[in-house]
Write a protein that binds this ligand. Structure first.
Ligand code: NAD
Ligand code: AHE
Ligand code: ZN
Length: 393
């Protein structure tokens, strides 16, 4: 198949759908062109549904383009490589990285004005291919590699990954090569949610032992944050969610106090948390994407030093607000993309930690579906019945 177009099944998002949980994707044949220069064609074996896929499908993503192949948390095997590709070869196992890493930061290059920051560890946001992954096309020719077999229409890539297709084409910068014995049916979760939650704690917030932490949103990312706070030695881990059914699960992952804002009438939850902790938390994390929750998370932080990390993704036009006084008196509002990890160099290490049993992935996988039933994954997420559903491609 190298050098030739491949026809395969994919779940296509033809247009945005507010009610993303109602059969929004259609399974159809797509044609996937061969990889261009600096590109890699990958056979996706397993993909997982992250809330960000739903965020884009529902039409909230300002970079959301349609028609598109969504999906960005996945694992697969290299089928073929384009001209000039040196870091992966056919048969290699890879985890696609929507947060790319170009390996050229040492010699400053015009492609990535962020190199200066990247070099000194100020950011993991490599800029080399970001304009193209945001435009749903490949860098070498500004075009997508997908088209519908039925209509011939071009289909946009998504986040430089497009995992909801049996084959996809990635930039080499988005291909993290992982060890040959890695089980792809579980390691695919390192492509987004788990790495993000774990990294938000260890890289972004840098939670210390004895800290008091509050996590808003007991979904996959929130639970990964909780697990990482426990691993970091936090002495109090407060889990906040509107859904009481999340309490027992949250406690399994390490929550010491579960709080449901609806139980406090119209009393701001941040007031409840400040009272509960004798002044506020040392670290808080938003894992909901709700800008009002982001404010509560910030204002639940302790005066003088509390740090709040925004992980949740909010839609176009959404803004956060608080009194400047909250920051003047020492609280810090920050955010994280992919947990601050440098993807291609650090995902392989996460795989090693999982294979060594230091990190656990299995508890986050609650459902499995095959590609033809992918819409069920969106329904389970919408109903709050699942953590990660792995799609067997
Ligand atoms: P999820 O759907 O699995 O979990 C969301 C959780 O938030 C659910 O348990 C829900 O009950 C809870 N929730 C919703 N509204 C709430 C509210 N008002 N108060 C309290 N709890 C509330 O989603 P996920 O896959 O865990 O992703 C969580 C968020 O993180 C999403 O916004 C997603 O887009 C974002 N995300 C960001 C990154 C990043 O790199 N920054 C990476 C992955 C996911
Ligand atoms: N296109 C969206 C981007 C939203 C966003 O913040 N994306 C995260 C990853 S979420 C994965 O589940 C991110 O890493 N952003 C950094 C980047 O370079 O986009 C929007 O809202 O515009
Ligand atoms: Zn994601």
């Amino acid at each position: 198949t190298a050098g030739k177009p491949i026809e395969c099944d994919a779940a296509i998002a033809w247009e945005p759908k507010k009610e993303y949980w109602k059969d929004a994707l259609t399974i159809e044949k797509v044609i996937v062109d061969p990889p261009g220069p600096g590109e890699v064609r990958v056979k996706i074996t397993h993909a997982a549904l992250c809330h960000t896929d739903a965020f884009t499908l529902e039409g909230s993503d300002p970079e959301g383009l349609f028609p598109a192949v969504l999906g960005h948390e996945a694992a697969g095997i290299v089928e073929s490589v384009g001209e000039g590709v040196t870091t992966v070869k056919p048969g290699d196992k890879v985890i696609p990285c929507y947060q790319a890493e170009c390996f050229e930061h040492d010699q400053h290059s015009d492609h990535c004005p962020r190199c200066r920051g990247y070099r000194v560890g100020k950011t993991n946001l490599c800029g080399k291919i970001r304009p193209y992954t945001g435009a749903g096309v490949m860098k070498s020719d500004g075009k997508p590699r997908f088209r519908s077999a039925r209509t011939g229409e071009a289909l946009y890539h998504y986040m430089g990954v497009s995992a909801f297709s049996q084959y996809t084409v990635l930039h080499e910068e988005s291909c993290a090569k992982i060890r040959d014995d890695a089980p792809l049916e579980t390691m695919n979760l390192l492509g987004c949610g788990l790495a993000t939650g774990w990294g938000a704690v260890q890289n972004t917030a840098k939670v210390e032992p004895e800290s008091i932490c509050a996590i808003f949103g007991m979904g996959t990312v929130g639970l990964a944050v909780i697990e990482a706070c426990k691993r970091a030695g936090a002495k109090q881990i407060i889990g906040v969610d509107l859904d009481d059914n999340k309490k027992s699960l949250a406690e399994e992952f390490g929550v010491t106090d579960f709080v449901n804002p609806t139980k406090f009438g119209d009393r701001p939850i941040q007031e409840v948390l400040v009272e509960m902790t004798g002044g506020g938390v040392d670290y808080s994390f938003d894992c909901t994407g709700n800008v009002k929750v982001m404010r509560s998370a910030l204002e639940a932080c302790h005066i003088g030093w509390g740090k709040s990390v925004v992980i949740g993704v909010a839609g176009a036009g959404q803004e956060i607000s608080t009194r400047p006084f909250q920051l003047v008196t020492g609280r810090v509002w920050m955010g994280t993309a992919f947990g601050g990890f440098k993807s291609r160099s650090e995902v392989p290490k996460l795989v090693d930690q999982c294979m060594a049993g230091e990190l656990k992935v299995d508890p986050y996988i609650t459902h499995q579906v095959n590609l033809s039933n992918i819409n069920r994954a969106f329904e389970l997420m919408h109903n709050g019945e699942s953590l990660r559903t792995v799609i067997y491609m």
